[in-house]
Design a protein around this ligand. Structure first.
Ligand code: GDP
Ligand code: IMO
Ligand code: MG
Length: 423
C-alpha cells in the first residue's frame, strides 16, 4: 500500500482540515508530518465548528489512528488545551492518538525568541504566528532541540535548563523581556506531566507496518507550498518543508511509497502575514472576498489578504509536489461577483511576459495579467452534484483543468462536510 498526501498549494488556509475530515472514512491512519501550532484546521459537521492546531483532522472518526509525526514541532501547552477542548466528544486518546518520540518540542523561550526576532525585523517582519515555530526548527537543525522522547528521561530538566540558558543569552541580546517566563514554565511543566500519559511511539515503524499490512494512510499537510522553506517566497515563509517531500522526511516514508497527492487550492487566493502576493486586491473587491469567505485567521484571527487566483503560482506548486488530483475549495465565495479574474501570467513594466517563479521574482515589479470569466451569481450552498453547477462554474473548472493538466476531482461549496462535490 502507498501513502496518500493532502496538502495546500497556496499560502495556507485552503481548507485542508475540512477535506481530511471528509476523506478520513476511506483511511485507517491520518498523520501530520510538519508544522505545529501555527496551523489552524477548521472542521464543520452536525452544526459543530472546531479548529485543530496540532492534532490530525481524523480525530473525530473513531476508527482512525491519528499520528503526530517526527517532522512536527509540538507545543505541549497547546496540545493539552486542544485535548481539553475536545473533552465533550468522548475521544479515546490512548487508542486514537499517538505522538512520535522524535517530534521536536516547542519550549516557552522559543515563543519569546519568535517575538524578539520579529520585533527586531521592524517593517520587514515575517508576520509569524508567534507560536515559536522558527526558533524551534532552528534548534532542531542546529542539533540542540528537545524531542518528545526526552521528556521520559531522568535528565529532562537538565537538558531543558541548558537550552533555556542559551536562549536567555539571545533574548538579552535583543533586550526582550522575560517576565512572563515563570508563568509560561509553570504551564509547560504541568503540560509535560500530562504529555507523559499519552501514547509516545516510534511512529516511523507504525506508519511502515501499517503500509506493509495494506492499511490506508493519509498524510495531512499544514501551511501551504508557497510558504515552503525552500520554494516559498523566502524569507516570508514558514520554517518547514510543506511539500510532498516533507511527508517522507516527516513520517519516515520512502518516496517510492507515495501514492496520490491531493493538492488543495481556493478558487481565489489568500495570504496571512507578510510577503509578495501579485494578485492581491486592495479595493472593495478584496474586501468583499474577505467578508464573503470569512477570511480571518483560524489561529491568530488576523484578517487574511485576498486576491484572484494565480495560475503561475499554482502551476509551480503542482510541479514541486507531483499533484495527481486537484481539489478546489470555497467556490461559493465567488458567487457574489459579476466577473471573476484569473491571473494567467505576469508582465514586467517592459512588457516582458513571465510565468515562472524565479529566484528574482519578488524583486521584480510584476503585474498580473487576467483572463476574465463571467460570474455565476447564484448560491451554491445547497448544490449536491456537479450536474447542478451553473454553466459558468463548469466553464471555470474546465478552464483550470485544461491549464493545469491535472483533474479537479472535488469542488467545495461551503464549510460543512456535506457541502463537498466529488467528480
Ligand atoms: P486549513 O488551514 O487549510 O485547514 O483551512 P482553515 O480552516 O484555516 O481555513 C479555511 C476556512 O474556510 C475555514 O473557516 C473553513 O470552515 C472554511 N471553508 C472550507 N471549505 C469551504 C468552502 O468550500 N466554502 C466556504 N465558504 N468555506 C469553506
Ligand atoms: P494552516 O495549516 C496560513 C504563515 C504566517 C507567516 C508565515 C510564518 O492553517 O494552513 P510561522 O508562524 O510559521 O513562523 O509564520 O507563515 N503561516 C500560515 N498562514 N496558514 C497556516 O497554517 C500558516 N502557518 C504559518 O502567517 O506569514
Ligand atoms: Mg488554517
Amino acid at each position: 500500500m502507498k501513502m496518500d498526501v493532502l496538502l495546500g498549494l497556496q499560502w495556507g488556509d485552503e481548507g485542508k482540515g475540512k477535506i481530511v475530515d471528509v476523506l478520513a472514512p476511506q483511511y485507517e491512519v491520518v498523520a501530520r508530518f510538519q508544522g505545529g501550532p501555527n496551523a489552524g484546521h477548521t472542521l464543520e459537521f452536525d452544526g459543530i465548528k472546531h479548529v485543530l492546531h496540532q492534532i490530525p483532522s481524523g480525530i473525530f472518526r473513531s476508527q482512525i489512528l491519528n499520528i503526530i509525526g517526527n517532522g512536527v514541532v509540538l507545543d505541549p501547552i497547546v496540545l493539552k488545551k486542544e485535548i481539553d477542548g475536545l473533552g465533550k466528544f468522548s475521544i479515546d486518546y490512548q487508542k486514537n492518538l499517538v505522538v512520535s518520540k522524535k517530534a521536536t518540542i516547542i519550549i516557552p523561550t522559543h515563543k519569546l525568541l519568535d517575538a524578539a526576532l520579529e520585533t527586531s525585523k521592524g517593517d520587514k517582519k515575517i508576520g509569524s504566528t508567534l507560536k515559536g515555530i522558527g526558533p524551534t526548527y532552528q534548534d532542531k537543525i542546529g542539533r540542540a532541540a528537545l524531542r518528545v522522547g526526552d521528556i521520559l528521561s531522568s535528565d529532562f530538566r537538565e537538558k531543558y535548563d541548558t537550552l533555556v540558558e542559551k536562549h536567555k543569552t539571545t533574548l538579552s541580546f535583543y533586550n526582550h523581556p522575560i517576565d512572563a517566563l515563570p508563568e509560561m514554565e509553570a504551564q509547560f511543566f504541568a503540560a509535560i506531566e500530562f504529555f507523559k500519559t499519552l501514547n509516545l511511539i516510534d511512529s516511523e515503524y507504525v506508519v511502515n507496518d501499517a503500509l506493509a499490512s495494506n492499511k490506508k494512510i493519509l498524510a495531512e499537510g499544514a501551511q501551504g507550498s508557497l510558504l515552503d522553506i525552500d520554494f516559498g517566497s523566502y524569507p516570508f515563509v514558514t520554517s518547514s518543508t510543506t511539500m510532498t517531500a516533507g511527508a517522507c522526511t516527516g513520517l519516515g516514508v520512502a518516496p517510492s511509497k507515495i501514492g496520490e497527492v491531493f493538492g488543495i487550492f481556493k478558487a481565489y487566493c489568500t495570504r496571512v502575514g507578510s510577503g509578495p502576493f501579485p494578485t492581491e486586491l486592495f479595493d472593495h473587491t478584496g474586501e468583499a472576498m474577505r467578508k464573503e469567505g470569512n477570511e480571518f485567521g483560524s489561529t491568530t484571527g488576523r484578517p487574511r489578504r485576498c486576491g484572484w487566483l494565480d495560475l503561475p503560482a499554482l502551476r509551480y506548486s503542482i510541479m514541486i509536489n507531483g499533484v495527481t488530483q486537484l481539489f478546489m475549495m470555497k467556490a461559493d465565495v465567488l458567487n457574489i461577483f459579476e466577473e471573476i479574474n484569473v491571473c494567467t501570467y505576469y508582465e514586467l513594466p517592459t512588457g516582458e511576459r513571465i510565468d515562472r517563479l524565479s529566484f528574482e521574482i519578488s524583486e521584480l515589479d510584476v503585474q498580473p495579467v487576467y483572463k476574465v470569466f463571467k460570474g455565476w451569481h447564484c448560491s451554491l450552498g445547497d448544490v449536491r452534484s456537479y450536474d447542478e453547477f451553473p454553466s459558468e462554474l463548469k466553464e471555470y473548472v474546465s478552464y483550470l483543468e485544461n491549464d493545469l493538466q491535472v483533474p479537479i476531482k472535488l469542488v467545495s461549496v461551503g464549510p460543512d462536510r456535506i457541502q463537498t462535490i466529488l467528480r
